[in-house]
Design a protein around this ligand. Structure first.
Ligand code: PBG
Length: 334
């Protein structure tokens, strides 16, 4: 029986979805290994050891002796860069984060080692004091407040030791006002004109950093919260002001963090500024997906690739993700 005239849809978007080859042709965004930055955790300790972060199944911390072996797969897969995070031994932590400016701290030793082993691998260094302070805050405390300008001095000194150890891109995650300008001036003052800055420009006071604080051992120590310097999740216009400031102060790239719950911010930043824009799929996002995967509720590869494609669709140029190795392997397998 023929349906009455006009009962057929004149336009059928499903035509382009029918075959794999048309789906490939019309795909608007692509995820590639070039989009991936792998955050890695370095720990102190003798010998070549790795330990799993309990709240991040599949994520390992590595000692310096284990580091080259730990990072080698990323290099083989063609991942452009890794972001380094140290787990500072508690005995080296103090209220001022003194260890952050030690040119022989774990981070600097890791940077020297990786630069020597893998000269073409990009090294991104997190700058903030929380892995080094006994109170777990990103800056120094004066009269019960995380003091902005006093923290800038320490952060600039921290950036210098990292850059001198071989970190290519300094990534300030502290959210102090004026830190990009302070770090840029310090780097230029030493002639480190090629060292870049990837600013955690819009970094929110988020519940999704929980597992990271476990990974670097700063969580138990943290007194209070970070709401006096990290952004309020309610705000979006403010993120644009933060990005504008960081760019004006000399940031080469900007970042939005966390990632998945903040894709609206990623999209606005890219649309309004047209600058290299990154997103950080943080520890809690990784933990959520992995918890579901471990329960058999989500398919690992499909879920991680879809989550990363969403960043591309929002306009991100790249993503810091603990799934970097899995994603690179999955993309290669295609
Ligand atoms: C340090 C820093 C944090 C993260 C990256 N750099 C934690 C925080 O701000 O408390 C979180 C990364 C993640 O959750 O994966 N300032």
């Amino acid at each position: 029986m023929t349906p009455p005239l006009g009962a057929f849809p004149a336009i059928r978007p499903r035509r382009n979805r029918r075959d794999a080859w048309t789906r490939r042709l019309v795909a608007e965004n692509r995820l590639s290994v070039d989009d991936l930055i792998w955050p890695i955790f370095v720990m102190d300790g003798a010998g070549a050891q790795t330990t799993e972060v309990a709240s991040m199944p599949g994520v390992q911390r590595a000692t310096l002796e284990a580091l080259a072996t730990h990072v080698a797969p990323a290099v083989e897969l063609g991942i452009p860069a890794v972001a380094l995070f140290p787990m500072t031994p508690p005995a080296l932590k103090d209220a001022e984060g003194t260890e952050a400016r030690n040119p022989d701290n774990l981070m600097c030793r890791a940077a020297r080692l990786l630069k020597r082993e893998f000269p073409q691998l990009g090294l991104i260094g997190d700058v903030a004091l929380d892995p080094y302070t006994d109170h777990g805050h990103d800056g120094v405390i004066r009269d019960g407040y995380v003091a902005n300008d006093e923290s800038l001095e320490v952060l600039a000194a921290q950036a210098l030791v990292q850059a001198e150890a071989g970190i290519d891109v300094i990534a300030p995650s502290d959210m102090m006002d004026g830190r990009v300008a302070a770090i840029r001036a310090a780097l230029d003052g030493r002639g480190l004109i090629h060292t870049g800055i990837m600013a955690y420009a819009a970094k929110y006071a988020s519940a999704f950093y929980g597992p990271f604080r476990d990974a670097v051992g700063s969580g138990g120590a943290l007194k209070g919260d970070k709401k006096t310097y990290q952004m309020d999740p309610a705000n979006s216009d403010e993120a644009m002001r933060e990005v504008a400031m960081d760019l004006a102060e000399g940031a080469d790239m900007v970042m939005v963090k966390p990632g998945m719950p903040y894709l609206d911010i990623v999209q606005r930043v890219k649309a309004e500024f047209r600058v290299p824009t990154f997103a950080y799929q943080v520890s809690g996002e990784y933990a959520m997906i992995m918890a579901a995967v471990r329960n058999g509720w989500l398919e690992h590869e499909r879920a991680l690739l879809e989550s990363l494609m969403a960043f591309k669709r929002a306009g991100a140029d790249g993503v810091l993700t603990y799934f970097a190795l899995d994603a690179a392997r999955a993309l290669r397998g295609r």
